[in-house]
Design a protein around this ligand. Structure first.
Ligand code: GLC
Ligand code: CA
Length: 540
């Protein structure tokens, strides 16, 4: 496999609404991001994945786009965006745009036209169906945001499909002219010098709703190959597909280079392990480390040499990892560092979600009135109607809802964490006076410096990028593996638990590369790992 820049970098995801507000309206913006580029340079990242900044009525915080070629007023202007790309470039940071083309906003010009009638030229840009025989929706497909996926349009007597909110009508990828418009739009951004695209729910674009086929539809890969050819094919861009239902087998269809589709995909099998099988993410179950290991190891080994992995614990749809699978109380710092070391030492491109690098936690919500996210709000009402207790629903939201990771970044201990001089659109974490960027930068033992070091190690040691992966057999709670490259071997040892664990190896340490405890590890024979301990040893 040819080598690419996007295998060597670490990517940092910015959720603009919550990153930094430059003008006091309580909403983060592009100028705020520009202000913080020096901070990101200091961290060492090579690319920013920017959650959507396009014009949007914000039914789903920008994932409902009403114009792909203009910037949301709250976030700034196209001049700001051009400046962001140029300023990032000066610091060797590429900007990866979020490409949301499974659906648009219902306020997009295309949909406004489409609604005008059955013979409007844009009608077929979306998916319309007649009512079923009994007059109801065409079938029982449900939206990811609760309720039917079909919305009735009085004027034409037809239903349109929306796999997310009813303000996010699904585009009809069977329409060639629509596809061409998307490719033109992508080229508009490529010409601006962006570093690539993160493709929102891209595994849905081949859907066949009448047969209830959603992910992995028959034409999906034809469309991606066509897109590759029409847009980024001749540029070395990072393209990462958000693919909810992917397995190692199907991942290779997207990302084996010979197929000319994407650089890599985000798989979600590991973050689906703390839900009850066959149920929704709200139906909680605790994480089983043996299962987690099995899944992550499977991805490491099955893609090897054929496709490239993406590595992540967090994003704007997932709860904060230190609160989710670490220990955000007694061992917050240790567990945050351990999770970082465990992930960044694996083979693939690591993604950091804003705030992860300071070990940001979540803060429980106590009432639905505090919740902003449409997904949680819709689910709340649906489950309430089904007879669930309020407390149980709120507990699910606290465990899995998307608002916690969308709380503003605290930059310092001042009012509102220095995020805004106004009123933040959603409350900050309660602990922002202790856990904030300034405090992290001032403390040489903070989580920040572990991330910074991991990123620097990646730049200095090809083994971290290219080395082979091999699992070490241990007790369940210990996650240990080798990376091996050109005769060099690193042994990664992590304790994924609140208890001490036994570990032993016949290997001898040449050098400790990184660790999260103050006591130096000096031997690998019969050692007791402290709760959440993690270290990487270069082996003789
Ligand atoms: C993706 C996004 C999520 C959004 C959804 C609909 O899963 O990551 O935030 O709500 O797609 O666009
Ligand atoms: Ca603002």
């Amino acid at each position: 496999m040819a080598k690419h820049w996007w295998q060597e970098v670490v990517v940092y995801q910015i959720y603009p609404r919550s990153f930094k507000d430059s003008n006091g309206d309580g909403v983060g913006d592009i100028r705020g991001i520009i202000e913080k580029l020096d901070y990101l340079e200091k961290l060492g990242i090579g690319a920013i994945w920017l959650s959507p900044v396009y014009q949007s009525p914000n039914d789903d915080n920008g994932y409902d786009i009403s114009n792909y070629r203009s910037i949301m007023d709250e976030f700034g202007s196209m001049e700001d965006m051009d400046k962001l790309i140029a300023e990032a470039d000066k610091r060797d940071i590429k900007v990866i745009m979020d490409l949301v083309v499974n659906h648009t906003s219902d306020e997009h010009q295309w949909f406004i036209e489409a609604k005008k009638g059955k013979d409007n030229p844009y009608r077929d840009y979306y998916i319309w169906k007649d009512p079923s025989e009994n007059g109801g929706p065409p079938n029982d497909l449900t939206s990811m945001f609760s309720g039917s996926a079909w919305e009735f349009d009085e004027a034409s007597g037809q239903y349109y499909l929306h796999l997310f909110s009813k303000k996010q009508p699904d585009l009809n990828w069977k329409n060639e002219e629509m596809r061409q418009s998307i490719y033109d739009m992508m080229n508009f951004w490529i010409d601006k010098g962006v570093g690539g695209f993160r493709m929102d729910v891209i595994d849905l674009i081949g859907k066949v709703p009448e047969e209830k086929i959603l992910t992995n539809g028959p034409k999906l890969h034809d469309y991606l190959q066509e897109m590759h050819e029409a847009t980024f094919g001749n540029h070395d861009l990072l393209t990462v597909g958000e693919t909810m239902a992917v397995t190692p087998q199907t991942a290779k269809l997207y990302s084996n280079p010979s197929r000319k589709e994407l650089s890599m995909v985000f798989q979600f099998q590991h973050v689906g392990l703390d839900k009850q099988k066959g149920k929704e993410k709200w139906d909680l179950k605790s994480i089983d480390i043996a299962e987690l290991k099995e899944v992550l190891v499977k991805w490491q080994t099955e893609l090897d040499g054929q496709s490239w992995n993406s590595l992540f614990w967090n994003n704007h749809d997932q709860p904060r990892i230190v609160s989710r699978w670490g220990n955000d109380q007694e061992y917050r710092v240790e567990s945050a560092k351990m999770l970082a070391i465990l992930l960044h030492m694996m083979k693939g491109t690591p993604y950091i979600y804003q705030g992860e690098e300071i070990g940001a936690t979540g803060t429980p919500f106590s009432d639905i009135s505090e919740i902003k996210d449409i997904e949680s709000i819709n689910m709340y009402h649906e489950r309430l109607a089904e007879g669930y207790a309020k407390e149980e629903i709120i507990a699910s939201i606290n465990a899995k809802g998307r608002d916690n990771s969308r709380r503003p970044i605290p930059w310092n201990a001042s009012r509102n964490g220095g995020f805004t001089s106004g009123t933040p659109w959603i409350a900050l974490n309660e602990n922002y006076k202790e856990i904030n960027v300034e405090a992290a930068l001032n403390n040489p033992n903070s989580v920040f410096y572990t991330y910074q070091k991991l990123i620097q190690l990646r730049k200095d040691h090809p083994i971290m990028v290219w080395g082979d992966f091999e699992l070490v057999d241990t007790v369940d709670e210990v996650f240990s593996y080798y990376r091996m490259y050109n005769g060099e071997r690193w042994l990664i040892v992590t304790n994924f638990s609140n208890e001490e664990q036994f570990f032993s190896s016949k290997e001898e340490i040449e050098e400790i590369i990184i660790q999260n405890t103050s006591d130096r590890v000096t031997t690998l024979k019969d050692i007791t790992l402290q709760p959440w301990q993690a270290f990487v040893a270069k082996i003789k």
